[in-house]
Write a protein that binds this ligand. Structure first.
Ligand code: NAD
Length: 461
């Protein structure tokens, strides 16, 4: 599609928006119901697409994409009317009689650009928010997950209102052309480098953006932690989807006195979850493409392999891998890993953990495994991250109303549940006044006002 065609597409969606159709609560409810039906009735199409693109097993496919979106649509449907209800704010005495209503107006036509790692969720979860907010939308799934992009493009028009919601497939040229259009909102999920490209394009027209980016999520394992539970949760958080999860632990900072025991549990968890030959495990995923496979293999040399390390380019397979003794300025510690390699670094104090976290750009997630609440609070109070979890990791986006999103380098704006609704509306304060009381004191000449003030002061009011 050429840029002129995109201009026409956006004009069509805007035409629909301007009819007022998408503003009605009935339309929003109907679309959320339709989205729920799409995920339920065509679930198999999505399972197949996720298997083809990422070899995603059925349990994870439901947890993170298919059932996740069905549940998110149902949740929004249940709460939509209360989210939409204007909030009353009382006016100050000099503006009485009067009050303010904060109404939540739709923004218009939104552009949603998805990433490939949770290719269904990252397109359709922002769509739930866009619909709840009463907007029209154009979705651009990631070209790196082609089967999922095709499934969304084929199935969405069968269920959702085609006058208001469109899907565009394609890669960088198409995304670049879309970014030249006059959208009213852009919701981007991807890495910080492309996040900057998106924000620069949006700045040309002052289009508001939500940027859901990535980063190096630090994971601290304190001496007070339950080491077995910590290892099992970190193993699952890191190796689900072969480590290609934006909220996965990027590296572990483990206290020296428990490091060996933690490593033993971590290795045991890797074997217990995926067997001695993880390439044959039906639950273990694949790297999305050869480019990312080669990038990850280059990072393998940054430390000593403690466990794993097997790989097969033909199958885009890299085993769950634990690295030790990675230097703090080695490539693996400089960039987001986004794969199944997990460096475990020994530290000897809370200060060292905090210094390591604050030496890097703010991550999307930060995880503390500790049974000592004071240690947890010290770390949370001295650091920043989009979200955090204590004694767990990766799974916090599954909390329906958690304000999900980054801070600083990991992004801006939050969504999921009511937070998503607020990302897609203009909180528009409207002052309502009555006209029966209109004293002169408000208007010039202000000498009258000064006289009144003197009077008030004289009587000590
Ligand atoms: P990416 O930034 O490479 O691509 C994301 C999207 O941008 C794709 O749809 C792609 O078509 C488009 N794109 C790529 N290059 C472009 C360009 N030059 N101009 C315009 N558009 C362009 O990210 P990715 O590889 O798809 O995903 C991995 C990254 O996404 C990781 O950093 C990960 O942490 C992050 N991520 C974040 C979240 C979150 O919710 N915060 C979720 C998933 C992934």
């Amino acid at each position: 599609m050429a840029s002129a065609d995109f201009a026409e597409l956006v004009a069509e969606r805007r035409k629909t928006f301007l009819t007022g159709k998408t503003r009605s609560v009935e339309w929003r409810e109907a679309q959320l119901r339709a989205l729920h039906a799409l995920m339920s009735e065509r679930a198999q199409d999505f399972y197949d697409a996720l298997w083809s693109d990422l070899r995603r097993n059925r349990v994870d496919a439901d947890f993170t994409d298919v059932k996740f979106i069905a549940d998110e649509a149902a949740y929004a449907l249940r709460r939509l009317r209360s989210w939409m209800r204007p909030k009353r704010v009382s006016a100050p005495p000099f503006l009485k009689p009067g009050h303010v209503d904060v109404r939540y107006d739709p923004l218009g036509v939104g552009l949603i650009i998805g990433a490939w790692n949770y290719p269904i969720m990252l397109c359709l979860s922002p769509l739930v928010a866009a619909i709840a907010g009463g907007n029209a939308a154009v979705i651009k799934p990631s070209e790196a997950a082609p089967a999922c992009a095709e499934a969304i493009a084929r199935l969405a028009p069968l269920y959702l209102d085609p006058d208001a919601i469109s899907v565009v497939t394609g890669g960088v040229p198409e995304t670049t052309a879309l970014l030249e259009q006059g959208f009213d909102h852009i919701f981007f999920t991807g890495g910080p480098p492309i996040g900057k490209v998106v924000m620069a394009a949006a700045a040309k027209r002052l289009i508001p953006v939500v940027l859901e980016l990535g980063g190096k999520n630090p994971t601290i394992v304190h001496s007070s932690a339950d080491l077995r539970v910590a290892a099992r949760r970190i193993a699952q958080g890191r190796w689900t989807n072969a480590g290609q999860t934006c909220t996965a632990p990027d590296h572990v900072l483990v206290f020296k006195d428990v490091a060996q025991e933690f490593l033993r549990h971590l290795k045991e968890a890797a074997i217990a979850f995926y067997g001695d030959d993880p390439q044959r495990s039906p639950d273990y995923g694949r790297i999305v493409n050869a480019h990312h496979f080669d990038r990850l293999l280059n990072l393998l040399g940054s430390g000593e392999i403690h466990h794993g390390g097997q790989h097969d380019r033909e199958e885009l397979f890299i085993a769950p891998t634990i690295l030790v003794n990675a230097a703090s300025h080695s490539p693996i510690m400089e960039e987001e890993i986004f794969g199944p390699l997990l460096p475990v670094i020994e530290i000897d104090s809370v200060e060292a953990a905090i210094a390591s976290i604050n030496a890097r750009p703010s991550p999307l997630g930060l995880y503390v495994f500790a049974d000592d609440a004071k240690i947890v609070e010290r770390i949370l109070a001295a650091t920043a991250s989009g979200d955090a979890a204590v004694n767990d990791c990766t799974v916090q986006p599954l909390v329906r109303n958690l304000p999900f999103g980054g801070v600083g380098n990991s992004g801006m704006g939050k969504y999921h549940g009511e937070w998503g609704f607020h990302a897609y509306v203009n909180a528009r304060g409207v002052l309502y006044r009555s006209t029966w009381f209109d004293p002169d004191v408000r208007y010039p000449p202000y000498s009258l006002r000064q006289r009144l003030r003197r009077l008030v002061m004289r009587f000590g009011m």
